[in-house]
Design a protein. Structure first.
Length: 229
């Protein structure tokens, strides 16, 4: 079954390169040359993932990502960028990007990243209903409730939460947390964990100054409390 991907990038040559290579690996690529065109395309069609350039004239990739998350939920998004500044990567991750691929990159590397992101977005074969600290997670449906209220998470936020809930009451080191969430590749570091923990706290209703559910163990990692007091 072919994977359908939308490339939002003003570089026509990149589209031609990727579409030719990915077609040989059962990935169909559609192209939108600007942010507004990409958003319009997403509105009228369904895609398995989005490849999104950061540096575009007019509406840049970060603004496009904001709108994708508001309108299209947790569709996997891989950011493509020539920028090397960590701040740009962090902002993208805070907005809900699932991965970052710096330009220039090889189509082979992008394909590997795409497959990894799509694997993480797929439900696990075995359904689990996990509970801890007022949080309920259904792994097959990838749904989360906090005190009975549904919460929408990005793919990586969900995977990190599952790793924490499965080991509720125990400290999970950052490196182990990434490994259990399936994100121990070189593109993801401890700063990424901190960014997503911060987002998770907000979505779970934690006060960032005195978090009750996800607590920091300085210099080690994080722990999801069994009971919220």
């Amino acid at each position: 079954m072919s994977i359908r991907v939308l490339l939002i990038d003003d570089d026509r040559r990149l589209y031609e390169l990727l579409s030719g290579y990915l077609a040989d690996h059962e990935v169909s690529v559609s192209h939108a040359a600007s942010g507004p065109v990409g958003l319009s395309t997403l509105q009228g069609d369904a895609f398995d993932a989005v490849l999104l350039d950061v540096m575009m004239p007019g509406m840049d990739g970060l603004e496009v990502l904001r709108r994708i998350r508001r309108r299209h939920g947790a569709v996997p998004v891989i950011m493509l960028t020539a920028r090397g500044d960590e701040a740009d990567r962090v902002v993208g991750l805070e907005l809900g990007a699932d991965d970052y691929v710096p330009k220039p990159f090889s189509p082979r590397e992008l394909l590997a990243r795409l497959r990894a992101v799509l694997r993480r977005a797929q439900p696990r074969a075995q359904d689990e209903r996990l509970r801890a600290g007022g949080v309920v997670v259904e792994t097959s449906a990838r749904q989360v409730w906090v005190e009975g209220r549904p919460v929408e998470l990005t793919g990586l936020e969900f995977d990190i939460l599952v790793a924490l809930v499965r080991r509720a009451g125990r400290v999970v080191p950052r490196a182990a947390l990434l490994e259990e969430a399936g994100r121990d590749d070189a593109s993801v570091g401890e700063r990424t964990v901190d960014v997503h923990i911060s987002k998770l706290r907000k979505k779970l209703g934690d006060d960032p100054r005195t978090p009750r559910r996800i607590r920091t163990v300085r210099g080690v990692g994080y722990v999801l409390t069994d009971e919220v007091t």
